[in-house]
Design a protein around this ligand. Structure first.
Ligand code: UDP
Ligand code: GLC
Length: 378
């Protein structure tokens, strides 16, 4: 099975990290075509997955763009589509992993007569996308895709609610290699020492810095927690959210939390950093389509508190394998943090439950098998 994967991003967001795991078993007979250069390309190369950057200029349309702005980018799209059509003839499928990849992939699928698979990593709701973008995605998927793989029931439901065809849609969760999330105790204590976290109760937040990821909610909650509670914010502004980064630094200064909040930037050693935490917080203020960080925390054996919306509800059962709090409510989050601090035994049991179930439920080999079965039916 020869697959031509398409992804718009040069940077490694969750959809891109998921694509690495999906493309890996196909590495001898696939190509990943990117619409922008960047560190995602390097990651694919490190994993020996063939990759080619198909454009010299990133496409200027954003999630909130209007039709006029979208049409303005046509000059960039036409040569890109022509290139994809030509290359697609060497493959059995086109597999679009992002929205702009869907636009290009849909037209290329038509002209090259290759079936199109769309991996939907987003919740197509007004909180996330303009109505134009939602309409374009649903219309193209309905008309051109043979299969839509939704990363959660929440993403599937939003797609269908926007008029997407339920008959072509299947839910497949992200897959993970549990081995990758095991760390040596000595490395963990060295990391805690190196980051100056000894003797602290450490909450980790692992997300790109973006307003809807809600780092500000964690900072606000921290101000309501005992002095020993410290947060590490791991991740960077990947898609131009510099103003939000400034706001976060200002908030930390205003609340006099400089000693208790550490910005670590984008890191490639997530499992070790998670292992160095006492609790992992997910604080998205808009529904999270899936939430890789939630599963990763579970695989690291760390308790996780997540915002109760979107895919997170499918991953976490409150009090059983983690904690859920109302999105955008720092008081509730602070309450859970204080409970974890006071009841370490109970919290550890919950984290162990989560680790066991997550390693079975999200095992990458089983997930890739689910995708293979779906592709074989096309
Ligand atoms: N991540 C990373 N380095 C960082 C911050 C995050 O590698 O500094 C990874 C994180 O481990 C997770 C992914 O980025 O696998 C984020 O995926 P998620 O589904 O949580 O959110 P997204 O950014 O895709 O909306
Ligand atoms: C997207 C979503 C995220 C999801 C990831 C992988 O980036 O924002 O929630 O976990 O894709 O499917």
């Amino acid at each position: 099975m020869k697959i031509f994967f398409l992804d718009q991003s040069g940077k490694p967001g969750g959809a891109e990290l998921c694509l690495i795991d999906i493309a890996k078993p196909h590495k001898d007979h696939c190509l990943v075509g990117l619409f922008a250069d960047g560190s995602f390309k390097n990651l694919l190369e490190q994993n020996h997955i063939p990759v080619e950057v198909l454009t010299t200029q990133a496409i200027q349309v954003r999630k909130e763009s209007s039709l006029a702005q979208g049409l303005g980018s046509l000059g960039q799209l036409v040569p890109l589509i022509a290139k994809v059509v030509q290359k697609a003839r060497e493959f059995d499928f086109i597999y679009a992993n992002t929205q702009k990849a869907l636009v290009v992939g849909a037209l290329a699928s038509f002209f090259s007569r290759r079936p199109l698979v769309y991996h939907l990593h987003d919740i197509l709701s007004p909180e996330h996308f303009s109505s134009t973008n939602r309409r374009i995605a649903v219309t193209l998927a309905n008309r051109f895709a043979s299969l839509v793989i939704a990363n959660s029931q929440a993403s599937q439901a939003a797609f269908v609610a926007e008029g997407g065809r339920p008959d072509i849609t299947k839910v497949v969760y992200n897959g993970f290699d549990p081995k990758h999330y095991q760390s040596h105790e000595s490395d963990v204590s060295q990391m805690r020492k190196q980051l100056g976290l000894d003797g602290r109760f450490v909450i980790g937040h692992f997300s790109r810095l973006a307003p809807w990821k809600g780092q500000h909610i964690l900072i606000e909650a921290l101000a309501q927690c005992p002095q020993e509670v410290t947060a590490i914010l791991v991740g960077d502004a990947l898609f131009g959210e510099q103003e939000y980064v400034q706001r976060l630094h200002q908030q930390v200064a205003d609340l006099k939390l400089e000693e208790r909040v550490k910005f670590l930037g984008f890191r490639s050693d997530i499992p070790l950093l998670m292992a160095a935490c006492d609790l992992v917080a997910h604080t998205s203020t808009a529904p999270e389509p899936f939430g890789r960080v939630i599963v990763e925390a579970m695989l690291c054996g760390k308790p996780v508190v997540a915002a109760k919306a979107g895919g997170a509800i499918e991953l976490v059962e409150h009090g059983v394998n983690g904690f859920l709090v109302t999105p955008g409510k720092p008081d509730e989050l602070a309450q859970v943090i204080r409970t974890c601090l006071q009841e370490p035994q109970k919290t550890t049991t919950i984290a162990h439950n989560a680790q066991t179930t997550a390693s079975q439920r999200f095992d990458v080999t089983a997930i890739n098998q689910q995708i293979a079965v779906l592709l074989n039916t096309l």
